[in-house]
Write a protein that binds this ligand. Structure first.
Ligand SMILES: Cc1cc2nc3c(=O)[nH]c(=O)nc-3n(C[C@H](O)[C@H](O)[C@H](O)COP(=O)(O)OP(=O)(O)OC[C@H]3O[C@@H](n4cnc5c(N)ncnc54)[C@H](O)[C@@H]3O)c2cc1C
Ligand code: FES
Length: 253
């Protein structure tokens, strides 16, 4: 884990509030794993003081892609970066998805911006396993299919795809899902991850989820990102160091 000053190569608007930023960083590109994240200094000034964490979205050669939406001041500044301007990034941080285990079908379950870590995971899995993607959002504007494949879509309001949550959609495809040896990889809002955990346990499917919480240091020093563990001997884990990817059975979401 090091700090790198990386030049911006591209800023792509996927929608009016969702962006991809591409930065050149061969040192991180050669080692980062799907599910890991970077802690980004969005401004050269002192505001905002804290770095902002972003999952690695994809790697192309020596370049990294991050996907983000404008939420507050930090992401507003990130969306204004110019080509050639440099950004200071710290990484790679956290653990990654375990995508080489004993399963034959990767079920991707993404809610809204939870789509961010999956283009790289899908690229790394390649054709070693079957891949099925289930992508949900509140409305059609919140459904992000970038980098997905064999995709089923759901929206809460029914404006596109199946009307319901992404977990309702998974339930609808349960038989299809169970016909192989599946493993679920999930990312999205906590309410979705809680429902995903329940779904995975009820149907006895292995499931890893990328979790989120407010962070400061990003590498285990400030103790500011606890998540409750289901293991009584280890009451709290740190999202930045022990995660952000957890087996859903190991944590209270
Ligand atoms: C491991 C990890 C990976 C992440 N990956 C991505 C990613 O790939 N793409 C992406 O867009 N975002 C990602 N996030 C969330 C991202 O870090 C925040 O959206 C970002 O820090 C917001 O910064 P800001 O300055 O724009 O907003 P702030 O001004 O910091 O916050 C604006 C508002 O959003 C709320 N908020 C801030 N962070 C979060 C959060 N994590 N969840 C819910 N509400 C929040 C604040 O409470 C506040 O109300 C990730 C977070 C973590 C911990
Ligand atoms: S963010 Fe500092 S310990 Fe996790």
């Amino acid at each position: 884990m090091f700090i790198y000053n990386t030049p911006v190569e591209k800023l792509i608007a996927l929608d009016n509030n969702i962006f991809l930023i591409k930065v050149l960083c061969p040192e991180i590109a050669s080692v980062i794993q799907p599910g890991q994240f970077l802690n980004v200094r969005v401004s050269e000034g002192i505001f905002p003081l804290l770095r902002r964490p972003f999952s690695i979205c994809d790697v192309e050669g020596e370049s990294l892609f991050l996907m983000f939406n404008i939420l507050g001041e930090g992401t507003k500044l990130l969306a204004k970066k110019h080509i050639g301007e440099t950004i200071d990034i710290l990484g790679p941080l956290g653990n990654g998805f375990n995508f080489q285990g004993n399963f034959d079908t990767a079920i991707i379950a993404a809610g809204g911006l939870g789509a961010a870590p999956f283009p790289y995971l899908i690229r790394k899995i390649g054709n070693t396993k079957n891949i099925k993607c289930f992508v949900g959002g509140r409305t059609s504007h919140d459904v992000i299919q970038y980098g997905m494949m064999h995709t089923q879509v759901s929206t809460d309001d029914g404006s596109v795809g199946f009307k319901g949550t992404v977990i309702d959609l998974l339930n609808k495809h349960l038989e299809e899902t169970k016909s192989s040896k599946p493993k679920i990889f999930g990312c999205g809002p906590n309410a979705m991850l809680r429902a995903l955990k329940e779904f995975a346990i009820k149907n006895n499917i292995e499931c890893e989820a990328s979790t989120e919480c407010a962070m400061a240091c990003g590498f285990g020093i400030c103790q500011g990102c606890p998540i409750e563990s289901t293991d009584q001997t280890d009451k709290y884990l740190l999202v930045c160091k022990d995660g952000p990817v957890f087996n859903v059975r190991d944590v209270v979401i």
